[in-house]
Design a protein around this ligand. Structure first.
Ligand code: AMP
Ligand code: GLY
Length: 422
């Protein structure tokens, strides 16, 4: 079948790389893709929220399955668009409709959902201009640090963690006043949970689910988890501190109540659910839901999926996931992200990348790259994800780092401590 992947990052290259390997996959397209995806499929110059041109491309190329990588088109209703648009209704879409995408698109909705279904999460209060006083009282009742979250999508920047109460009060007012635009008209104030974070992923058709390999992501720009938050600087899977007993708790306390909660609320859901978790003592709590795969977690997790991903995605889209098989590689996958110097603040693009052809025993997934005058050049903050499988974390990291060193571009930067805390 012909398949379209929406998105242009390392996640989409990794998904496409795996989908390409399936006998079921005939022609593979990306909208808009990057310099890596063009080597495994056809890039279409269409932005992820340009539904009209996506429709045209789907009809023109007889695409039967659409896999949506990022959250924005899901929250904006790409799946609802396909379901209502003449000519598109038979096209299968992997990714929830708007109603399900609220799990990521509204932190307030996600928190209420968790409370309704008894899913462990931090205590919270949602604040608008109308109950600001109550918000201030709630802040005073909490121990520092204070966690403030913009309700809506804010490109990963909408969460503030603040040590001083007065500063938190000020930030709360600024957020309500439009610091993150519409996204922070509502703010979720949360109790701070002290623990260690991990990401758990499921693929679901709304009734059944498959638990994909879990991963740990490295979010800060600096070594030792210091400095600004980024989209993610590396990932490791499996996660040594998430043993079977802990993962059983994740399934029984979090995954099952989430799937059953969606069913009970008549929220049709197919696609990925990304549980951003924190392990406090021996217990899992949900920090956030995402309605897509993680990036760069996908670039690690994908190496451990042994089964046919196209089959699994079809199962999710068609409601036949229980008939599909997911086999997971026991080995460890490690991903190191190469970024542009200056990221996540100002950085330059258009730097010529060399040495990718020297890489061996790792896979290079492109994130922010494009082709220009027959060269591959950087085109984003996160540029390349170098992923490897090994018999141990050290083996996998060793391979990734060895290959990272072979790749050059001006002002390249990467963290040298991915995975070493484990
Ligand atoms: P989010 O955008 O929801 O993933 O939040 C960004 C980061 O803030 C998370 O990855 C956590 O490191 C941190 N965070 C969010 N909520 C909490 C919380 N309740 N307690 C501790 N840390 C949190
Ligand atoms: N790596 C975190 C995310 O994809 O949101």
């Amino acid at each position: 079948m012909n398949i379209l992947i929406i998105g242009s990052g390392g996640r989409e290259h990794a998904l496409g790389w795996k989908i390409r390997q399936s006998k079921k996959t005939r022609n593979l397209f990306f909208a808009p893709g990057n310099a890596g995806t063009s080597s495994i499929g056809t890039n279409l110059k269409i932005e992820v929220t340009d539904f009209l041109n996506i429709k045209k491309a789907v009809l023109e190329n007889q695409i039967q399955l659409v896999v949506v990588g990022p959250e924005v088109p899901l929250v904006e209703g790409i799946h609802d668009y396909f379901a209502s648009e003449p000519g598109l209704q038979k096209v299968l879409v992997v990714g929830p409709k708007k109603s399900g995408a609220r799990l990521e698109g509204s932190k307030d909705f996600a928190k209420e959902f968790m409370v309704r279904h008894n899913i462990p999460t931090a205590r919270y209060l949602t604040v608008t201009h109308n109950n600001l006083n109550q918000g201030m009282t709630f802040l005073k009742s909490l121990e520092p640090p204070y966690v403030l979250k913009a309700d809506g999508l804010a490109a990963g920047k909408g969460v503030l963690i603040i040590n001083e109460q007065q500063e938190a009060e000020k930030a709360l007012k600024e957020m309500l006043g439009g610091k993150f635009g519409k996204a922070s008209r509502k703010v979720v104030i949360e109790e701070f949970l002290n623990g260690i974070e991990l990401s758990v992923f499921v693929l679901t058709d709304g009734k059944d689910y498959k638990i994909l390999p879990e991963a740990k992501d490295y979010k800060r720009i600096g070594e030792g988890d210091t400095g600004l938050n980024t989209g993610g600087m590396g990932a490791v899977s499996p996660v040594p501190f998430a043993g079977q007993e802990f993962l059983n708790k994740v399934e029984s306390r979090i995954i099952i109540p989430t799937i059953e909660g969606l069913l009970a609320e008549n929220i049709e859901y197919n696609g990925f659910i990304f549980f951003g978790l924190i392990k406090v003592g021996e217990d899992p709590y949900v920090i956030e839901y995402n309605v897509r795969m993680g990036d760069p977690e996908t670039e690690a997790v994908i190496l451990r999926i042994k089964s046919d991903l196209t089959e699994l995605l079809l199962g999710a889209a068609e409601g036949t996931l229980k008939d599909k098989i997911l086999k997971v590689d026991e080995r460890t996958a490690a991903t190191v992200m190469m970024v542009s110097g200056g990221y996540p603040e100002n950085y330059e693009k258009g730097k010529v990348i060399s040495g990718i052809e020297k890489v061996n025993s790792s896979i290079v997934f492109h994130a922010g790259t494009k082709e220009e005058n027959l060269s591959v050049v950087s085109d984003g903050g996160r540029v390349l994800a170098v992923s490897s499988l090994g018999n141990s974390i050290n083996d996998a990291l060793h391979l990734s780092y060895r290959n990272v060193e072979k790749i050059q571009f001006e002002n390249k930067y990467y963290r040298k401590d991915i995975g070493f805390d484990l």
